[in-house]
Design a protein. Sequence first.
Length: 351
Amino acid sequence: MLAAASPRQERYMHISGVQTVLPDHRYEQAEITEAFSRLTECDEGLLRRFHEATGVRGRNLALPLADYAKLDSFARANDAYVELSLDLGERALAGALHKAGVRPEKIDHLLFCSTTGLATPSLDAKLAQRMGLRPDVKRLPVFGLGCAAGAAGLSRLHDYLRGWPDHVAVLVCVELCSLTIQRDDTSIANLVASGLFGDGAAAVVATGRGSGPEVVATRSRLYPGTEHLMGWEVGDHGFRIVLDADLTGFVEQVLAGDIKEFLADYGLTPEQVATWVCHPGGPKVIEKIVETLGLPAKALDVTWSSLREHGNLSSVSVLHVLQETRGRPGAPALLMALGPGFSAELLLLHW
């Protein structure tokens, strides 16, 4: 049974519509491996081994494979990001609004998250005009939360709707990870990333009073002194991946305890959670989550499926898993994602 910690937390957020959109260019993993090996000086056998270890079967990419050779500067890659992100974001938001039965002019708050490109004016301003949102819509662009942004974005919508329960708030996440390609980086981190990350967009429509899964509570966790575990090294080359080998071990050390503490504050244990909506960070991270929490083997089946078919879509992934999850009515669910900082975002849902 879900126990409210205070009367204020009786105001829940309802997730009324979720829509994921993927680029049209679909490739099997072997095709991507071969194309990437031609663009870099890395050892092809080593690259193939790392790509196979991700467990990813195929991915949708922002551009045709042949066009990645043309991305010879950060400026060219970022120009492609701006153009393609707007299209994918518009399609995702239109789909989520259709599912929720909400017209664009009813949107009061737009939260836009992305960590794979830059634009000023921010893309949410352009998206609002393309979608016909009201001139007084409240906008909040967020950069830098990485893979955690999908979950963090939901939490910030929840915060907003607790104060404005009659409003409509939307989250749009767009990540074009393939456009951050680094041809001269032969580090293990880059070889792994080139086989793990995919492209896509997702949108969520949320209301303070409505139908759909309820967000009951949220928690953010920032771990001091862990900046080296995940992020970007930003320079003339654009975004170069930082992905430390110690990440999996750190997840094993701290995440299970934080999840159990969060659930305990609402009278729950992991065994009582019926549905797990987990960001597919990578095979080793998923395995550690299952192992340290003692979850049933099938608990993260949707997460595994998302990873196999689409790769890690950064902030978009957990929203894709949410879209594909069919929770048990009336039962508690936990949504979680990890990101740079190093950080964790947890949400308790009631299906």
